[in-house]
Design a protein around this ligand. Structure first.
Ligand code: BTN
Length: 238
């Protein structure tokens, strides 16, 4: 994968979308500093300049149906988990694709797709991984690789390790083992905890059982009902 580094850019995802027609599949745009980093649900992604990985991988014509786009989220999550394990850290995946260590968020991802009929056209896989930042004044619930291991790492090296893992996994987009690996690392898997059902507007107690092949989260509630959720249909009560 060919990586282009920017000293400062508004957002690597925004830049990738702007340049989408002109860059080949497998191009990686990485920034030392983002001035308008974008997160999930329209949030801003803040990180200290020069301390963390903020990058976007452009992938084209993956042969993935648009209705299966969640598989790319799962694959990316499992690749980040493998990266962190490489550095001796044991993370979990907070469904659908936040990566947590000891109850704190270390990585978030924003995957933006274009469509080609019923298929995905291009995908911009935007990933923010906290690496060397040790203080998060605006974020009570964040951590970094350095806070987990006590050591700083060279950003270019961590990115190279990630890209090797990620590229090696791309052929598994269709494999059933992908969901097994993903589900086995789910935060709260098999533990009783509280959730909020956004459609039914009710709090309930349940146990995460895994994910369906279409990516829906499966929670067994205290009354014995298996509830299935798409993104933004359920929230965790912490
Ligand atoms: C989240 O809200 O958890 C998703 C955060 C995604 C941040 C990354 S940083 C690189 C890429 N460029 C962006 O503007 N956002 C993503």
């Amino acid at each position: 994968m060919n990586t282009i580094w920017y000293e400062t850019i508004d957002s690597t995802n925004t830049e990738a979308l702007r340049r989408l027609d002109g860059i080949p599949s497998g191009t990686v745009l990485a920034a030392r500093s983002q001035t308008a980093g974008r997160g999930q649900r329209g949030n801003t992604w803040f990180t200290e300049p020069g301390k963390n990985l903020t990058f976007s991988v452009v992938l084209k014509d993956l042969g993935l149906k648009a209705s299966d786009s969640i598989r790319l989220n799962a694959l990316t999550s499992v690749a980040v988990v493998s990266l962190l394990e490489h550095y001796g850290v044991q993370p979990v995946i907070k469904w659908p694709n936040d990566i947590y260590v000891s109850g704190r968020k270390i990585c978030g991802m924003l995957i933006e797709n274009t469509l080609d009929g019923a298929m995905l056209g291009a995908s911009v896989v935007g990933i923010g991984i906290n690496i060397n930042q040790r203080e998060f004044p605006q974020l009570a619930n964040a951590t970094s690789l350095a806070l987990c291991t006590g050591k700083d790492e060279a950003l270019e090296e961590v990115l190279a390790v990630f890209l090797e893992i990620f590229e090696g996994m791309l052929s598994q987009l269709d494999s059933p083992e992908l969901w097994e690996r993903y589900a086995s690392r789910l935060y709260r898997l098999g533990k009783t905890a509280r959730y909020y059902d956004i459609l039914r507007e009710e709090e309930f107690e349940g146990v995460i059982q895994g994910v369906e092949p279409d990516g829906r989260l499966c929670i067994l509630d205290a009354g014995g009902e298996r509830r299935h959720y798409r993104f933004k249909e359920v929230s965790y009560i912490l």
